[in-house]
Design a protein around this ligand. Structure first.
Ligand SMILES: [Fe+2]
Length: 475
């Protein structure tokens, strides 16, 4: 090695050594600079006021969490400080890139910037959320009962668990469940519904895992797509292959229902990806029906065009009456389904209550023999519907299954948050947690909240996977 190389090697290793020695400070400064640069850039150079404040809050919370995790813990686990700085800067870089490059990204970018950054966000979130209770338990409580607590061993175990959960979050955020493996059987039989509670309260109802009867003529089979959010965690190829799977299973699916939120910031300038991803559904002309989600309004014309090109019926405060060919064949007469689709609506306002009630009244149930389905993105709207509504079942998405929690007893982050808000906030507003996954009832109304085909952006799905289930409605 010549003298120049020796000099540069030793100076770079001394810089890395200095960074390692002053790890917390350097990492903290990087976080503050990253957040400030992102805010100032988007606010004053890009003139994107709304996004700049979003970035400030987003970057600020991430920085607090990442720095809180390591400072409270007193260590940067697993990697040296420069590697932590790489992951941290990958997140800021990705957010910066998102202000300019609003098309689906190539694999090399996803692998080197987007996923490392998003994974690091998840790691900091999980670490910071658990480090305080962990520290109290091991530093204060455990020593009361155990002499000579082996803290280094416990700390290694804690960090290992945080790492494992963050990798699990990344995995289930990127890899969808097996198509159609989950079967959901929903009881909409008049005799069952009539016996159920008529109280004006939203309740959780268990769906069934097994068929309720064998009469093929009284079951409607549905595949729901909601919140695919084309972007970092949902590639065009992945959504297209899901649509192809639906077409390949057309003998087991009568209707495809789409309940909104097709894109993300990653695709705002991407004119063709959505249409291409949905293209297999063109083969199911007249069997695919959609409504709009809140994010669809950001690229409204494009979403409309993608549906038009693929013969998908988009309902914007409208209804469609479609024939179910399989049932017509079995019954020997035309068998219809009525589907009403609403614009996106926030819940809890007089205007949204009026809107939803008037829309449903405008399209009354055609007859007792024709199921009336209602598509709306936001499941919280269930509380705003009239108790006399004649809809058989509402399909919604929006909350992505609650993102964090367990499917057992539907114990989700959203549910816990609402329970907490009820303690301090208005009991009226936070009367029930929004229906975030599974079947719900209110009087004779039923609503199915789908866990989402994908989710928006970063991998913070923990314990709650996305959903590719086959839904069977029994009448
Ligand atoms: Fe969504």
């Amino acid at each position: 090695m010549d003298e120049t190389n020796l000099l540069s090697t030793s100076s770079s290793s001394s810089i890395l050594g200095w960074i390692a020695e002053h790890g917390s400070w350097v990492f903290g400064i990087q976080s503050v600079l990253g957040t400030a640069a992102l805010f100032l850039y988007s606010r004053y150079l890009m003139k994107q006021k709304r996004f700049s404040f979003f970035y400030l809050i987003f970057g600020g919370i991430h920085s607090l969490m990442a720095n809180g995790y390591y400072n409270l813990f007193g260590d940067f686990p697993f990697f040296s400080v420069p590697i932590h700085m790489y992951f941290n800067s990958a997140l800021f870089l990705h957010l910066f890139v998102l202000t300019h490059w609003k098309k689906l990204k190539p694999w090399w970018y996803l692998a080197s910037v987007a996923f490392p950054g998003y994974w690091y966000l998840a790691l900091a979130f999980i670490g910071s959320m658990s480090v305080i209770p962990y520290s109290i338990a091991t530093r204060w409580v455990l020593p009361l009962f155990v002499n000579n607590v082996n803290l280094p061993l416990l700390d290694a175990g804690f960090n290992g668990l945080v790492l494992a959960i963050s990798l699990h979050a990344l995995y289930i955020s990127v890899v969808g469940p097996k198509f159609g493996k989950e079967l959901v059987h929903i009881d909409l039989r008049k005799e069952t519904i009539d016996k159920s509670s008529q109280e004006d309260t939203v309740i959780e109802i268990d769906h069934h895992d097994k068929p309720l009867h064998t009469d093929e003529s009284r079951v409607l089979r549905i595949f729901q797509i909601t919140d695919p959010h084309l972007g970092t965690c949902m590639s065009k190829e992945k959504l297209k292959s899901l649509c192809q799977n639906i077409v390949d299973n057309r003998d087991n699916i009568d209707l495809v229902l789409i309940t909104g939120d097709m894109e993300t910031m990653d695709t705002h300038d991407d004119d063709h990806s959505l249409s291409e991803a949905l293209s297999p559904l063109k083969q199911l002309k007249g069997r695919t029906i959609a409504c709009l989600g809140n994010h669809d309004y950001e690229v409204l014309e494009r979403v409309r065009e993608a549906y038009r090109q693929n013969d998908i019926i988009l309902l914007e405060d409208d209804q469609a009456i479609v024939e179910v060919e399989r049932l017509s064949k079995i019954k020997g007469e035309k068998s219809l389904v009525q589907v009403v689709g609403s614009q996106f609506s926030f819940a809890g306002h007089d205007s949204s209550t009026r809107h939803i009630q008037e829309l449903s009244k405008k399209f009354p149930k055609l007859s007792q023999d024709i199921p009336k389905l209602f598509l709306i993105h936001n499941p919280s709207i269930l509380s705003s519907m009239s108790m006399k509504d004649d809809t058989d079942i509402v399909f919604a998405g929006h909350l992505h299954g609650g993102h964090i929690g367990t499917r057992f007893r539907r114990l989700t982050f959203v549910k816990v948050l609402f329970k907490a808000l009820r303690l301090f906030g208005s009991k009226k507003i936070f009367k029930v947690h929004p229906p975030d996954q599974g079947l719900y009832g209110r009087g004779s109304l039923r609503l199915y909240a789908h866990r989402g085909t994908g989710h928006y952006g970063f991998p913070l799905r923990i314990g709650v996977s996305s959903e590719y289930s086959l839904l069977n409605l029994y009448f």
